[in-house]
Write a protein of this length. Structure first.
Length: 140
């Protein structure tokens, strides 16, 4: 693989990509069992916000508040991936819930998703990729 094929992004570049994303994957682990959930997100000011209903996500975050959000995008020629790690908490304060209601975050599917979860990001990393053939395995 060419050294130019993968670019490590700065935290600022990673945040810029994350803040422009609306779809992410939440990864959690409870009792040594990993789980992952696709969800729509809103990221700003060092935090990631999502809405959910009562169920598995909330139960798992109640057991272990360590969470990872991954988001990515790609075309046929380039791609990028950002991973943000932090602690999740359910918003319960009415002022925080009102502020979350004013955010651009909206559910994509109908249903009752009245619970806001906020992840306070402690670390973020990103990579940009340029796709191409594997020079060590090029088949002619």
């Amino acid at each position: 693989m060419s050294a130019d094929a993968v670019e490590k992004l700065s935290p600022e570049q990673s945040w810029e990509l994350l803040e422009g994303s609306v779809l992410g994957r939440l990864a959690v682990c409870v009792d040594g069992k990993p789980d992952i959930f696709p969800l729509n997100i809103y990221a700003a000011d060092g935090k990631i916000l999502f809405r959910t209903a009562e169920g598995t996500k909330l139960a798992e975050l109640a057991c272990n508040d360590n969470a990872v959000i991954e988001t990515d995008s790609f075309t046929s020629r380039i791609g990028w991936s950002v991973v943000a790690k932090g602690r999740a908490r359910t918003l319960v304060d009415s002022a925080e819930i009102e502020a979350a209601d004013r955010s651009p975050l909206r559910p994509w599917v109908s249903g009752t998703k009245t619970t806001y979860v906020e992840i306070d990001v402690a670390s973020i990393s990103g990579r940009r990729f340029i796709f191409g053939p594997d020079p060590d395995r090029e088949i002619t």
